[in-house]
Write a protein that binds this ligand. Structure first.
Ligand SMILES: NC(=O)c1ccc[n+]([C@@H]2O[C@H](COP(=O)([O-])OP(=O)(O)OC[C@H]3O[C@@H](n4cnc5c(N)ncnc54)[C@H](OP(=O)(O)O)[C@@H]3O)[C@@H](O)[C@H]2O)c1
Length: 200
């Protein structure tokens, strides 16, 4: 039995992984971006040990999530699942960063640095990482024409590089990245047309 933290687990894949791990007898700590979503997340998986709260677009909140995580003890595994997608409008965070970069790249990096090292790190990447560029010339998209899909692809490639970089520098931590395959929102599935779109 392991204790597992899953970031961005208020819905979809993150929540589903939490449900599966609980069914398999693991202890799961979920994470939601704000207090309101945390209430919904807790209701969606009452068997979870806890729900951490913090908007990963903000460096202060990333630090807070790491502090909350460490306060619960050391994890067997941390799954970096939170993301914003490839159709995002370009936004600048309070820290002056592209929000795709902040949430998809900086958050897993900072959380990895600040959370007590688990045995296992899992980074949710995407098949789109194969079209990503690892160039560090303009990671905030300040000088290039903005392309949402490219920004997402780059962020997912950075996640792979982070996973492999940690694996190289921390041989005691099993650090991997994976592509989960295509997962459509439930509301796109005719069998689920009656379900709420609140969490899609
Ligand atoms: N779905 C696919 O087909 C697919 C394909 C390839 C890779 N992936 C990868 O698999 C992972 C999960 O995918 P998904 O489709 O389940 O993603 P999703 O539906 O977009 O859910 C992402 C999760 O991240 C959270 N999140 C987003 N911004 C946040 C922020 N600023 N602070 C805190 N939490 C935040 C969301 O919370 P809110 O509810 O508050 O927004 C949500 O819980 C992602 O890393 C994605 O890149 C998915």
């Amino acid at each position: 039995m392991a204790r597992v933290l899953i970031t961005g687990s208020s819905r979809r894949l993150g929540l589903m992984v939490g449900e599966l791990l609980v069914q398999q007898g693991h202890r799961v700590v979920l994470h939601a971006r704000d207090a309101r979503r945390a209430v919904d997340t807790r209701a969606a998986l009452p068997a979870a040990d806890d729900v951490l709260v913090g908007d990963l677009a903000s460096i202060d909140a990333m630090r807070s999530v790491a502090e909350q995580a460490n306060a619960t003890g050391r994890f067997g595994a941390v799954i970096h699942n939170a993301r914003v997608g490839y159709r995002e409008r370009y936004l600048v965070t309070a820290d002056g960063l592209s929000h795709v970069f902040a949430i998809n790249v900086l958050a897993p990096y900072l959380l990895t640095a600040l959370i007590m090292p688990p045995n296992r790190l899992v980074h949710l990447s995407s098949g789109m990482h194969q079209g990503g560029s690892a160039g560090l010339g303009d990671p905030q998209w300040e000088r290039r024409r903005r392309q949402a899909a490219q920004a997402y692809s780059d962020s997912k490639l950075f996640d792979v590089l982070l996973a492999f970089g940690v694996a190289r520098h921390r041989p005691d931590v099993r650090s991997n990245a994976l592509e989960p395959g295509g997962c459509r929102p439930a509301w796109m599935d005719p069998a689920h047309r009656t379900t709420s779109a609140r969490h899609t």
